[in-house]
Design a protein. Structure first.
Length: 364
């Protein structure tokens, strides 16, 4: 964050907000009031925060502001999914997706601009890593979604662009704000962090947060996982699985959600299913099979539906709760692994430039 800019109150979780108000000579409850104005009521103009004294409002105007990302593009899908492209202070862009499903509505939030992990089947990976998002840039996505849809979502998943556990502190503060009664009021079962498995940070997360965990597994053995999810070379399955077990220890209602992208001829055989069953034995698990979502230049195809169904049947027979994730918003490139945002082309691959042209049309 630039030091010349006023403090962005969107970067502060409740505790930080209280501390800030104390530093102004006000009371912690003033901080709580402002926190509630911003997140619960969507008010960002200090003059509309009617329970603050004129003096305090003037003080705030001098030292702080509520700086939101700017929604520069809204793309509605035929299936009700909505994707937003949000532009940050420095012109970087990230994507956020609203996914309605009956009574449930899930917001998929980004945690970084780009991603450093280089998973073989993910389009975000193609743009390389640009930078971490600040707390306010993560929560700002939820703030906008809540205002635009005129209601808070019932669920939030950190499954957009980036690896949440590689942006640890800001993500933890953002999770606190999502769960806060004065803000978005989401329970621990309704906020999910999805990670490719940064093992030390899984242990750290357990100490500071009680959110739900989804882990991008995608392969039942190290050989294949090394290839698909290269962070596996650093944190292989024999360190990942115990860390996940440890994460849910002590809460009998909890399961780890394993994400498994179905790649034609790569990881989708019955032998892979059997190996997966062995791997997860003893770990309370739910498996989400995700049909691969193609993007321009992607080297894979999705497994055919029959093979996905057979794979699922094998897991179900072993007693593992398994669903096939519906592909949502693929007509607007909003499906898993299709989020691109603004591409500062670091990888030098042609795909990146192509997508800027497609996404940038009609935007300023
Ligand atoms: N970095 C985090 C969260 C972002 S991705 C993680 O790895 O979990 C959210 C999910 O979408 C992950 O399981 C990811 O592996 C999956 N995904 C990525 N690209 C995909 C694609 N093209 N098709 C289907 N799923 C994909």
């Amino acid at each position: 964050m630039g030091t010349d800019k006023p403090l962005n109150l969107l970067d502060l979780d409740r505790k930080a907000m209280e501390r800030y108000f104390v530093s102004l000579g006000a009371k912690p409850f003033h901080g709580r009031n402002v926190f509630k104005w911003i997140h619960k009521h969507g008010v960002t103009d200090f003059d509309r925060m009617t329970d603050l004294s004129k003096r305090l409002r003037a003080q705030l105007r001098e030292s702080a502001e509520v700086r939101l990302p700017e929604v520069v593009l809204e793309k509605p899908s035929a299936d009700g999914t909505v994707k937003w492209v949000m532009e940050l202070d420095d012109g970087q862009r990230v994507e956020t997706v609203w996914i309605p499903d009956g009574r449930r509505s899930t917001v998929c939030v980004s945690s970084q601009v780009g991603c450093a992990l280089d998973c073989a089947f993910c389009s975000t990976a193609r743009q390389g890593f640009n930078r971490n998002l600040a707390v306010g840039e993560i929560v700002g996505q939820l703030w906008h979604a809540t205002r635009i849809m005129q209601r808070p979502p019932t669920n939030v998943v950190l499954m957009g662009m980036g690896e949440p556990l590689a942006n640890f502190e800001p993500v933890v503060s953002a999770l606190d704000i999502m769960q806060d009664d004065l803000a978005y009021m989401l329970s621990k079962y309704r906020v999910t962090v999805s990670t490719s498995g940064i093992v030390p940070n899984l242990y750290r997360l357990r100490e500071v947060s009680d959110v739900s965990l989804a882990v991008s597994l995608h392969a039942p053995d190290n050989g294949l996982r090394d290839e698909l999810v290269p962070i596996n070379r650093k944190y292989p399955l024999e360190s990942l699985i115990p860390a996940c077990r440890d994460f849910i220890r002590g809460d009998k209602r909890r399961k780890i959600t394993w994400e498994y992208v179905m790649l034609d001829g790569v990881n989708d055989s019955i032998a892979h299913a059997k190996a997966l069953i062995r791997l997860l034995e003893g770990t309370p698990s739910k498996i989400n099979l995700i049909p691969f979502n193609p993007f321009p230049g992607s080297p894979y195809r999705s497994s055919p539906p029959e093979r996905i169904a057979a794979f699922r049947q094998r897991l179900l027979r072993a007693g593992i709760m398994t669903i096939v994730r519906k592909t949502r918003g693929d007509d607007i490139d909003a499906a898993c692994g299709q989020l691109v945002g603004r591409v500062r082309d670091r990888s030098g691959r042609a795909l990146a430039r192509l997508r800027v042209a497609a996404d940038g049309r009609g935007v300023r």
